[in-house]
Ligand binder design. Structure first.
Ligand SMILES: [Zn+2]
Length: 160
């Protein structure tokens, strides 16, 4: 560390008006001579230069952080795109289930959709509970409904 007391040789330099005004303001604020103010500021500047990270180090860190941030932004955009894709798939499956006539309500004998059997588990006509496998008209439809149900459950798990 450089101390003001150690300074005993004169150093002359030219300074533009703005720098001289700033030095004068600093001097007045500290209540010291102009020479003491210059010595103190020089000492602080030299100490900061030798101790602190260099400007180029800081610039490198800023660039590194900007690159990391850009990568995270890209990852978030990718995840949003995938989520949107899943949503569209989910809604398509949901619509398919609503249109799939899979059997009849065991209570009121009304035709029931795959959506009622898989999602709401209630008959839309009588609000009766629909439990167990629907009395499917054919086994292929039943397997399709089961596959769609698995896809819907997987989507619900991804959402959590
Ligand atoms: Zn019913």
């Amino acid at each position: 560390m450089i101390s003001a007391r150690m300074t005993n040789a004169a150093v002359y330099f030219r300074a533009h008006d703005d720098l001289r005004e700033a030095l004068e303001a600093f001097r007045l604020e500290r209540g010291v001579t102009l020479s003491a103010a210059v010595v103190e500021l020089l000492a602080l500047g030299l100490e900061a230069h030798s101790d602190g990270p260099s400007v180029s180090d800081l610039q490198r860190q800023v660039l590194q952080l900007q690159a990391e941030l850009a990568k995270r932004d890209a990852d978030v955009a990718t995840a949003r795109g995938e989520l949107q894709h899943l949503r569209l798939g989910y809604h398509a499956l949901e619509e398919h289930l609503k249109r799939a006539d899979v059997g009849t309500c065991p209570t009121c004998r009304a035709p029931t959709s795959g959506y009622e059997f898989v999602v709401t588990r209630r008959c839309s006509a009588c609000n009766g509970a629909l439990s167990g496998a629907p009395p499917a008209r054919d086994s292929a439809a039943l397997w399709l409904i089961a596959g769609i149900a698995v896809a819907l459950l997987a989507y619900a798990a991804v959402q959590q």
